[in-house]
Design a protein around this ligand. Structure first.
Ligand code: GRF
Length: 194
């Protein structure tokens, strides 16, 4: 079995990363967390990674003249830590060819909607504004299109009549944590789907 050596790209809270690290620590998920790379100096995810004994590395976009240089640095840090599976867990940037070519078929993202509905920011608000009755979350491979790569797994949540963005987001987030862990467990790195 191919070892899953995970590198996280994070920009914010880090609860999906924490959920994965918890499953690894408990022995329920066969994988290893290698490093968290964060582009936001104020992100709680940085401290959260460090608290759990994970290397936490800050790489800020503003320190690089071109996106290519920023992405090449992300790749270098991940490779230095032996990463072979990249999880975007609340990473708020699009990735281009320099990054994606370094980890072909090995970059996955979690998004809080049933894609292809409601890509982009504030997916839960978009779902409420649209009046959908079923919302949810999606784990997918990452390509250059925002929230656009092939779907790996989805989970659905009913929208309640009195839902707010906060209440719906919380219900979806609980699903996200489980779905992402399941999706990682099910990935076969030796026989790639894409
Ligand atoms: C999640 O809702 C995820 O689907 C989206 O960004 C949010 C990140 O939350 N891509 P967290 O940082 O994992 O708590």
């Amino acid at each position: 079995m191919f070892e899953k050596n995970i590198g996280f790209l994070v920009s914010g809270r880090g609860s999906n990363m924490a959920a994965i690290l918890d499953e690894i620590a408990s022995g329920r998920l066969a994988a290893e967390g290698r490093v968290a790379v964060c582009d936001n100096p104020g992100a709680p995810a940085l401290a959260l990674a460090a608290d759990r004994g994970l290397s936490a590395v800050l790489v800020e976009r503003k320190n690089f003249p071109r996106r290519r240089d920023f992405e090449e640095t992300l790749v270098r840090v991940l490779k230095e830590h032996g990463v072979n599976l990249v999880i975007l867990a609340g990473f708020m940037r699009l990735l281009g060819p320099p990054f994606l070519a370094a980890f072909p078929g090995r970059v996955i993202n979690i998004h809080p909607s049933l894609l292809p509905a409601f890509p982009g920011l504030e997916a839960q608000r978009q779902a409420l504004d649209h009046g959908v009755k079923i919302a949810g979350c999606t784990v997918h491979y990452v390509n250059e299109v925002m929230d656009g790569g092939p779907i790996i797994a989805q989970a659905a949540a009913a929208v309640e009549p009195d839902d707010t963005v906060e209440s719906l987001s919380a219900r979806i987030l609980a699903l996200e944590h489980r779905l992402l862990v399941q999706a990682i467990a099910g990935l076969d790195l030796e026989h790639q789907a894409i």
